[in-house]
Design a protein around this ligand. Structure first.
Ligand code: HEC
Ligand code: HEC
Length: 285
């Protein structure tokens, strides 16, 4: 009797202690993840979700801690803001569709939850992001320098002289996860990372970790990186600047998977955990 009372009091006492903010944040992140991300990235974050087999560009296996789209130097983990940008904006042409429709606190929570899959995170202090200096004004001289660097830095070996992804080294490439990959056609906008020149700058300066795309932040001056960005912009004909709302590449398949993963009850592809009142993804195009 006394023991039962003591246990009871202890339980009441424990219940009274509020769970730490980060526990609550992670619980929220997990709910968002299981409703919106696990269908592709898998419940364990290993990229083996139910929809992965439908996709050419595979969902990221987070456990290895290799992230392509960062503001941090090559090989370094991304910042929270980098991950938030990926979740919000998506990676165009792939099934990784942007989710600005999720409330920002949910997106921030899911970023924290994704980080729990990254084993090497604990051992590595965060590194400061690379600073993108303001772009110098465009000029004929800058364009000429960009064209010259495109050849000298051997971008064309992979991307092709005209940036269409048909360079001599483009065949048979694999990424660090063992999947076939290739340099995309750079003469379209948006690219995976979007259309902002600052994004192109960061890709060139920091590379795309886990892929053959090297980082040039140590080899080139900021002025030279901006010259390359200017040259790449000059390769895009107006007809290839697409409206942001157009569905590109595997985005349609991505939305289909998101819908199935978020079905109430047990959807076709996974546990449905859709939260009431949340707006769904935009209608199919
Ligand atoms: C329909 C499938 C699909 C869903 C759903 C999905 N992703 Fe992805 N995700 C992908 C694919 C495919 C890639 C890899 C794209 C690439 O490498 O070009 C990716 C890549 C990523 C990356 C790595 C970015 C980098 O820099 O390498 C992060 C982080 C990520 N997803 C987070 C999320 C989160 C968080 C959610 C849920 C809100 C989510 N994803 C939902 C398919 C999906
Ligand atoms: C060894 C081959 C290789 C070289 C050299 C190379 N790239 Fe890449 N690049 C790639 C691959 C492969 C990708 C696609 C990676 C992915 O999406 O997973 C890529 C992607 C890119 C992207 C991003 C496209 C997007 O969709 O966001 C840009 C921009 C880019 N490269 C510019 C350059 C520039 C500029 C140079 C030279 C300074 C260069 N690359 C040199 C292989 C290369």
């Amino acid at each position: 009797m006394r023991l039962a009372l003591a246990v009871g009091l202890l339980l009441v006492a424990l219940r009274g202690v509020p769970a730490s903010a980060s526990d609550a944040l992670l619980a929220r992140g997990r709910a968002v993840y299981e409703a919106n991300c696990a269908v592709c990235h898998g419940e364990r974050g290993d990229g083996a979700g139910h929809a992965a087999h439908m996709l050419r560009v595979q969902p990221r296996d987070f456990t290895r801690g290799l992230f392509k789209f960062r503001s941090t130097p090559s090989g370094v983990l991304p910042t929270d803001e980098d991950l938030l940008a990926t979740v919000t904006r998506g990676l165009r042409w792939t099934a990784m569709v942007g989710r600005p429709d999720l409330p920002e606190p949910d997106r921030r929570a899911v970023v924290q939850y994704v980080k729990t899959f990254v084993a090497r995170r604990a051992a590595e202090p965060p590194a400061p992001p690379v600073v993108v200096p303001p772009a110098p004004p465009a000029s004929a001289r800058q364009l000429e320098e960009g064209r010259r660097l495109w050849a000298e830095a051997e971008c064309a070996t992979c991307h092709g002289v005209g940036g269409r992804g048909d360079g001599p080294a483009a065949q048979g490439m694999k990424d660090d996860w063992g999947s076939p990959t290739r340099p995309g056609d750079l003469t379209w906008r948006p690219l995976k990372r979007g259309s902002a020149p600052e994004g192109l700058y960061l890709t060139i300066a920091t590379g795309l970790t886990g892929t053959p795309m090297p980082s040039y932040g140590d080899a080139l001056e900021p002025r030279q990186i901006w010259a390359l960005v200017g040259f790449l912009e000059s390769l895009v004909p107006p007809a290839r600047r697409l409206a942001p709302e157009q569905a590109l590449g595997e985005e349609r398949a991505g939305w289909m998977a998101v819908r199935m993963g978020g079905m109430p009850g047990h959807g076709m592809m996974g546990r449905g955990m859709r939260m009431p009142g949340r707006p769904g993804p935009p209608p199919m195009r």
